[in-house]
Design a protein around this ligand. Structure first.
Ligand code: 6PG
Length: 463
């Protein structure tokens, strides 16, 4: 019995996903760029290998499968065009290619068009949850035609994470919608990770706490409103001793990034959205990678990281508010992108499929999905959800205490301060852009709108 479903790319994520598919009882064909990897996979799949057919290369796999075929490609974003080009000559009309990697959604839109012209269908599928998620149930964000979705739905829903009986997988819209939502998921992931790292830095270098003690604090927070995967693993990481000291101290303080955080910021700016906490997180990673420059900076200006004394409740409240703001910024991007692209994204459903399986899964997402389900969400923005008003009012006071203390003592906290200024900007009905408009008019006769709504007005400077 020849498989209809294939998977190409048996790296960490690809093999985990393949085992998950087999575990759910679907016959599966697999292959890899190097045949040895595929053979190793076949050997290691053990009892799950019963419904597995392994091929030496992609072409052999496609020829060995029966139509209609659905082939999941789990390869780096840079390789996907070549993989598709290799597949095309061997596919039949009605076959489907699924790109399960982290892909720029504009590429997904282009590929969908190119493949549809050839009678093939294409699914851009965001998969979150790291290796463990891929193996035991990731969160899956799907973009594609309704037909393509219905064809793949049984497999996708079976392999996805389960949240109280509902699969964390959804068809979110056409072509690039799934990859776009996955990108924004990662942008929020970047912001959440940066906020956690900033708290860690303040407790450690300002509060003089040991990594182990900070880890205990994170672990206890994980029992409360901050409960989330990232808080949980941070508690675990900080508890580790390794090579004679805290494990974190053995790691170079220079962060990598493969692109999705940056794409989120680029898209936010293109759409005219303002995702300052996510931008701060991307910028924080950029700065972290400038290790030598930072050494020069410390030698030139001196390291200023004075002691601060904040109570643990302040950290907890500040983090919760900042996390809400990071989510709010992410959902704002989704809202504008949805309007621009005519996607009609279901924000509540997106929050729901992020509740299990993915990296940003958190208790807060329950409240977020409810906020989006409610009829009472001014401007469609999470910031104004009535259920968050008290939390944000009190929590941003804690953020203010934190930002003042940290800034005064010379601790960099780009994500906290950006999130707080963003919030403060939203709470002023009259800001300072009157002066920006006056300057634009003064130097370039750009005109402004007056307080009665009259457009193309000019100031007295031209009289
Ligand atoms: C996930 C992760 C995963 C991965 C990304 C981001 O949702 O499972 O986001 O996709 O961690 O590649 O990683 P970088 O930090 O390398 O950009």
């Amino acid at each position: 019995d020849m498989a209809h479903l294939g998977l190409y790319g048996l790296g960490t994520m690809g093999s985990a996903l393949a085992l998950n598919i087999l575990d759910n009882g679907f016959p599966l064909a697999v292959s890899n760029r190097t045949d040895q990897v595929a053979r190793d996979f076949a050997r290691e799949s053990g009892d799950l290998g019963e419904k597995l057919t392994t091929y030496d290369d992609l072409t052999a796999m496609i020829k060995g499968m029966s139509a209609p075929r659905a082939i999941i490609a789990m390869v780096p974003a840079s390789a996907i065009d070549d993989v598709i080009a290799d597949m095309i000559p061997h596919l039949d009309k009605g076959d489907t290619i699924i790109d399960a990697g982290n892909t720029d959604y504009t590429d997904t839109i282009r590929r969908t068009k190119e493949l549809e012209e050839k009678g093939l269908s294409f699914i851009g599928m965001g998969v979150s949850g790291g290796e463990d998620g891929a193996r035991h149930g990731p969160s899956i964000m799907v973009g594609g035609t309704p037909d393509a979705w219905e064809g793949m739905r049984p497999v996708i829903e079976a392999i996805a994470a389960d949240y109280e009986g509902t699969p964390c997988a959804a068809h979110l819209g056409p072509d690039g919608a799934g990859h776009f939502v996955k990108t924004v998921h990662n942008g929020i992931e970047y912001a959440d990770m940066e906020l956690i790292a900033e708290i860690y830095g303040l407790m450690r270098y300002g509060g003089g706490m040991s990594p182990a003690a900070i880890g205990e604090q994170f672990t206890s927070w994980n029992d409360g409103r901050l409960a989330s995967f990232l808080i949980e693993i941070t508690g675990k990481i900080l508890a580790y001793d390794w090579k004679g000291g805290p494990a974190v101290d053995r790691i170079l303080d220079s962060a990598g990034q493969k692109g999705t955080g940056r794409w989120t910021v680029i898209e936010a700016i293109k759409l005219g959205s303002h995702a300052s906490a996510i931008e701060a997180a991307v910028g924080g990673r950029v700065l972290s990678a400038l290790k030598e420059e930072r050494q020069t900076g410390e030698a030139t200006f001196g390291a200023m990281r004075d002691a601060i004394d904040l109570d643990l409740a302040t950290y907890e409240k500040a983090f919760l508010a900042a996390r809400i703001i990071a989510y709010a910024q992410g959902f704002d991007i989704l809202k504008i992108a949805s309007e621009e692209n005519g996607w009609d994204l279901d924000h509540a459903r997106i929050a729901e499929i992020w509740r299990a399986g993915c990296i940003i899964r958190s208790a807060l997402l329950d409240d977020i999905s409810e906020a989006f389900r409610s009829d009472d969400l001014p401007h469609g923005r999470l910031l104004f959800a009535p259920s968050f008003t008290d939390l944000l009012t009190n929590g941003t006071d804690a953020m203010r205490t934190l930002v003042c203390a940290a800034t005064g003592a010379g601790h960099p906290i780009p994500a906290f301060s950006a999130a707080l200024s963003w919030f403060d900007g939203f709470r002023q009905s009259r800001g300072t852009a009157d002066l920006i408009q006056a300057q634009r008019d003064f130097f370039g006769r750009h005109g402004f709108v007056d307080l009665n709504g009259n457009t193309d007005q000019h100031g007295p400077w031209w009289d």
